[in-house]
Write a protein of this length. Structure first.
Length: 196
């Protein structure tokens, strides 16, 4: 594609589209095109840290950076109960609901204090045990798998939480970078992840 055309395409993008590109799609672009994105961000007067986000995406996070982000997340007040007595942890919440031939299921990340994680996991264990089975065949197949996961994951919650947080940091590096110095914004971001 003609570079001039590419430049014009970026010039026509909405701010939100350009921000999304800067946060998530930089690694798919050619180096000269990446420069256009940075120019366009500067020209529009968008958050100047977005150009840093662009550069960050062109390299891997170091282990130290990942560890730093994990510690920042773990020292936040709990996004659920807002208390700050415990270091935050992460777990997966498994949900399964069936109705005759239909079964919906999902496993999603949940970051909170251990007390809130236990509450949410126990609530879903109960709901899964009551509402998971009633679909053929997936309800019958998946419900015992999800119930077993509840117990096996709880047994290794500390290590499992670390693995989940590491993946979470790698997947959300751009968003975390933009919020790393603002506790309230970071806490709100995590809260939205939990509710999503
Ligand atoms: Zn809590």
């Amino acid at each position: 594609m003609d570079l001039q055309q590419v430049k014009e395409r970026y010039a026509k993008m909405k701010d939100a589209e350009l921000q999304h590109l800067a946060k998530y799609e930089i690694h798919q672009l050619r180096p000269e095109v990446v420069e256009y994105v940075k120019e366009e961000i500067t020209k529009r007067g968008l958050d100047s840290r977005l150009t840093e986000v662009v550069d960050n995406q062109l390299r891997e996070l170091s282990n130290e950076e990942i560890e730093q982000y994990i510690q920042t997340i773990q020292s936040l007040p709990c996004p659920k109960c807002t208390l700050q007595f415990e270091r935050l942890n992460a777990s997966l919440i498994h949900k399964i609901r069936s109705f005759i031939f239909m079964t919906n299921y999902e496993s999603k990340i949940y970051i909170a204090c251990d007390t809130c994680i236990s509450k949410e996991k126990n609530k879903q264990l109960l709901l899964n045990s009551l509402l998971g089975w009633w679909g053929f065949p997936w309800g019958l197949i998946k419900t015992p798998v999800f119930i077993t996961k509840h117990f096996t994951e709880n047994a290794k919650r500390e290590n499992f939480g670390k693995t989940i947080l590491t993946e979470f940091v790698q997947d959300n590096a751009s968003e975390l970078y933009l919020r790393k110095d603002n506790t309230a914004e970071l806490q709100y971001f995590i809260k939205r992840i939990n509710e999503y």
